[in-house]
Design a protein around this ligand. Structure first.
Ligand SMILES: [Cu+2]
Length: 180
C-alpha cells in the first residue's frame, strides 16, 4: 500500500486521498518516469501577496488521458510587470470538475508530486509548467473531450482577476506544446 501524507486543509482528506491515488496510480500525467513513491500535500501556507494583474499565458496544452486518470496541464507564465510579482492562485475550467496546481520534485532519484497553494512569478520573469516540474492536474471531465479540441481555462490571480486562456487538448503521447 502506498503511503499518503496529508497535512493541508486544502481539501477534505477523503477527497484528497482518492484524487492522490488516482493520480498516482493512473499514470504519470507529467510524462516523466512513473516512479512516484509519495504524493504529499504542500506544507507551505498560501501567499498573502496580491501582486499584479499582468500575467500572460502562452502555449497552454493539456495531455488528455482516459476519463479515470487525471490529465496534466502545461503552459508558460510570463509576469509582464516590472516591479511587482504575479501570484497564480488557481485554475478553473468548465471542462473538468476539478483542477489543481501541482509540483513534481526529484529527491534521491525518486520523483514525488505535491499540491501547491499558489505559484509566484517574480517581476519580469517567466515560469514554465512542464512535465517533471510544475503542472496542473485536471480531473473529472464534464464532457466527452477529444485531442485537438480547445477549452477555456481561467487563471485566477492573487488580485482576484481571472484571465481566460485557450488550451489545446493533446494525445497521451504528447510531451510538449508542439506535439499533437
Ligand atoms: Cu500531479
Amino acid at each position: 500500500m502506498k503511503k499518503l501524507v496529508l497535512t493541508g486543509a486544502v481539501l477534505g482528506a477523503t477527497l484528497l486521498s482518492s484524487v492522490a491515488l488516482a493520480h498516482h496510480d493512473g499514470s504519470d500525467h507529467g510524462g516523466h518516469q512513473a516512479n512516484h513513491d509519495m504524493h504529499a500535500s504542500s506544507e507551505r501556507a498560501p501567499s498573502t501577496v496580491k501582486g499584479s494583474d499582468h500575467l500572460r499565458v502562452d502555449d497552454c496544452w493539456i495531455r488528455l488521458l482516459p476519463k479515470v486518470a487525471p490529465s496534466g496541464g502545461f503552459f508558460v507564465l510570463h509576469n509582464e510587470d516590472k516591479s511587482e510579482p504575479v501570484v497564480l492562485k488557481s485554475i478553473q475550467t468548465d471542462a473538468f470538475g476539478m483542477s489543481m496546481l501541482h509540483e513534481t520534485t526529484e529527491k534521491n532519484g525518486m520523483s514525488a508530486m505535491a499540491m501547491v497553494p499558489d505559484v509566484t512569478i517574480e517581476p519580469g520573469q517567466s515560469l514554465q509548467f512542464k512535465p517533471g516540474s510544475y503542472h496542473a492536474m485536471l480531473e473529472k471531465p464534464t464532457a466527452d473531450l477529444k485531442a485537438g479540441q480547445q477549452i477555456t481555462v481561467n487563471f485566477e490571480l492573487g488580485t482576484g482577476k481571472k484571465i481566460p486562456v485557450q488550451c489545446t487538448l493533446k494525445s497521451p503521447s504528447a510531451r510538449k506544446f508542439s506535439d499533437q
